[in-house]
Design a protein around this ligand. Structure first.
Ligand code: ASP
Length: 385
C-alpha cells in the first residue's frame, strides 16, 4: 500500500471533507477554513468574513488582484403564497432567508471560490430554513412521509450529480455533489443513495426532522379536498387531485453561478409536491429538466410543475437555444416558460449565461428570488415587479 498520497489525491480528500463538513452544520465561511484547496484558490488579500468579535474594517483589494466579475442568483420556488396571503412579518422572514442564502454564495465567490461551492452553500442555507420546500421544510407525500430530491451540474466539464427519494438526508444538495465528485454515476435514488451517503459520512436525520406544522396542514387540507371531491363525483378523481395540488405545490430552491474563473454551475433541491404518490419524482433531480449548466451557454435552475418541466426538458432547452441559435438567455428562458404555460404548467426558471447575464422568468404571481454580482448589490424580490 502506498504511504503518500499524491497532491491531487490530497486535494480530492480535502474537497470531500469540506462537503461533509459543510453538511454537518458549519457555515460555509467556517467550513472554508480547513479546506486548503478552497483557501488556495482565494486571492491573498480578498476579504473573507472576519471572525466574530473582531472589527470589520475592510481591506482594500489592489486593482491588479481584484476578484474578476461573477454573477449569482437564487430562487425559493414559485407561487406558494399569493400577494394577498403574504403578511409583512412573513415577507420579512422570506427576505431574510433569501438574503442569508445570497450572502453564503456571495462570500464564496467574492473570495475567489468556485460557483459549485457557492451553489451548494446557498442551497444548504435554504434547505435548513423551514420556509422553503426543500430540506427542513419539505412537503409531505400522500403517505405522510418526506422524500427529497436534488441535483447539481458543473458547466466546465458537464459532470452532474443527482439524488432522489431520500428520507433521512439533511442536505440533499450535498449528497448530489458527492455523487458527482465521488462516484462514477450521475443519479442515485432511495436506499442506495442513502447507503452511499453513509459511506461518505454524511449527516442523517430522522423523518420527524422534516415535520413542519404548515406542510402537515397543507397535506391534510388536500386530502380533505380529495375526499370531498370523490364523494361529489363518480369520476376518477384526477381533476380534483389537480385542483387540490395547486395550493401548496411549489417552493423548490435553486441557485446558479458564474464564478471568477468563468465556470458556470447550477443546483436545485426540493421536497417535490404535496401529496405526491407512488414514488413520484419531479424535474428537480433530472439533469436537463430542473437543472443544467454548460460553460458554453448558461446555468439554469427551475421550479414549478415538475411533470411539464420534464416533458419539455426545460433547462437543457434553454441551453440548446443559446448553443444552436445564439438566443439571448432572457429570450430563451421566456420562450421555454411560454411552452410550459401552453402545456398547462406553472413555474419559472433562473438562469445566468457565460457573460454573467441573469434572467428570472416565471408565469405565476411570484417567485422567491434574489441576485448579486461582484459589486455586492443585492436584489431580492418575491412578486412580479
Ligand atoms: N418542480 C418541483 C417538483 O415538481 C416542485 C417545485 O418546484 O416546487 O417536484
Amino acid at each position: 500500500m502506498r504511504e503518500h498520497r499524491t497532491q491531487s489525491e490530497e486535494r480530492h480528500e480535502s474537497r470531500r471533507k469540506f462537503l461533509v463538513h459543510a453538511a454537518a452544520g458549519l457555515s460555509a465561511a467556517a467550513a472554508l477554513g480547513p479546506c486548503s484547496e478552497v483557501a488556495a484558490d482565494a486571492p491573498p488579500v480578498a476579504d473573507q468574513q472576519p471572525p466574530r468579535g473582531r472589527t470589520t474594517e475592510r481591506r482594500v483589494v489592489p486593482p491588479e488582484i481584484a476578484p474578476p466579475p461573477f454573477a449569482f442568483a437564487i430562487h425559493g420556488g414559485v407561487g406558494t403564497l399569493t400577494k394577498s396571503e403574504m403578511t409583512p412579518p412573513l415577507e420579512r422572514e422570506y427576505r431574510a432567508a433569501l438574503d442569508a442564502a445570497l450572502t453564503a454564495g456571495y462570500t464564496i465567490l467574492r473570495g475567489g471560490g468556485s460557483g459549485l461551492d457557492a451553489v451548494v452553500a446557498a442551497i444548504k442555507v435554504m434547505e435548513d430554513a423551514p420556509l422553503f420546500n426543500a430540506g427542513k421544510g419539505a412537503v409531505f407525500t400522500s403517505a405522510g412521509t418526506n422524500e427529497l430530491d436534488a441535483s447539481i451540474m458543473d458547466g466546465s466539464n458537464l459532470k452532474a450529480g443527482a439524488v432522489s427519494t431520500l428520507k433521512h438526508i439533511k442536505n440533499p444538495i450535498v449528497l448530489a455533489r458527492l455523487v458527482m465528485d465521488e462516484s462514477k454515476h450521475v443519479m442515485m435514488v432511495g436506499d442506495g443513495a442513502e447507503a452511499f451517503a453513509r459511506q461518505q459520512g454524511l449527516q442523517f436525520v430522522p423523518q420527524k426532522y422534516f415535520y413542519t406544522e404548515r406542510r402537515w396542514r397543507a397535506l391534510q387540507q388536500i386530502k380533505e379536498e380529495e375526499r370531498k371531491q370523490r364523494k361529489m363525483s363518480k369520476s376518477t378523481g384526477r381533476l380534483s387531485e389537480r385542483v387540490a395540488d395547486r395550493r401548496e405545490m411549489f417552493g423548490t430552491v435553486g441557485a446558479v453561478a458564474l464564478d471568477g474563473a468563468g465556470n458556470l454551475a447550477a443546483g436545485t433541491s426540493t421536497g417535490g409536491m404535496t401529496n405526491k404518490k407512488f414514488g413520484r419524482v419531479g424535474d428537480s433531480p433530472i439533469i436537463g429538466a430542473g437543472t443544467y449548466a454548460n460553460n458554453r451557454t448558461c446555468a439554469v435552475s427551475a421550479t414549478g410543475d415538475g411533470e411539464c418541466f420534464i416533458r419539455l426538458g426545460v433547462a437543457r432547452d434553454i441551453s440548446a437555444m443559446i448553443e444552436y441559435q445564439n438566443t439571448p438567455v432572457e429570450h430563451a428562458a421566456k420562450r421555454v416558460i411560454e411552452k410550459v404555460g401552453k402545456l398547462g404548467g406553472e413555474g419559472g426558471v433562473i438562469a445566468v449565461d457565460r457573460t454573467g447575464r441573469i434572467t428570472m422568468t416565471f408565469n405565476t404571481e411570484g417567485m422567491y428570488r434574489g441576485q448579486i454580482g461582484a459589486d455586492g448589490k443585492k436584489l431580492i424580490e418575491i412578486f412580479k415587479s
